[in-house]
Design a binder for this molecule. Sequence first.
Ligand code: 13P
Length: 249
Amino acid sequence: MRLYYIAGNWKMHKTVNESVALARELAARLSCCKEKVMIAPAFTALSEVAKVIEGTNILLGAQNMGPEEQGAHTGEVSVLMLKDLGVKVVILGHSERRHTYLESDALINRKVRLALAQSLEVILCVGETLEEREGGRLEKVIDTQLCEGLAGVDGAALDRVTIAYEPVWAIGTGKTATPEDADAVHAYCRKVVAALYGEQKAKAMIIQYGGSVKADNAAALMAKPNIDGALVGGASLKAESFVPIAMFR
Ligand code: 13P
């Protein structure tokens, strides 16, 4: 049986005080949550949020990291710095990193391998633009992002990887893929993982859906056989909207 895994990506929102307040509220309200839960505040709030959620059932995540362990890389944050703060999970390959900051699959792969080598868990995001979908390139895009993103990752390390399918056209737009459409892409992701690592690993792979997940669509999405959780942006910024998603059943 796969777990359900609900993650909140706070993106570039919230001061330290605001982050601490939300983390406190989530820690209290999600203490009886049955699902795996992660929150990813901004880098600046990680250290204080870590103190709030230490010893709770909420994991601390980061939204990105640099591809090197350390060195002359102005503006980057290293995997060692994240681990030092108690970060357990890092989101990599988010479409905002791919499209706004032009991160390539090769760069994302270096980060994936480094995070795994340093014992972190990884959420590897994949997803197509509307143009790619309408141009019939959906499967090709997903295939490339998964194969190149996971290049050099062995089967043991794969156990610490979660895939997040986030169609770019559904992020922050209020448009959600229908549960059926999302499930079909999740099934395709599983097929790609099976081709790379075998059926058993594919069956065990947790695949989250992301893109305008809200309390009122979360249960229908996660009722689908291949949808094992959610990577939530906007609705993760308030306890009122995130708690019902994490407590969807
Ligand atoms: P929204 O939930 O705001 O659409 O964002 C999804 C996302 O990008 C999560 O990583």
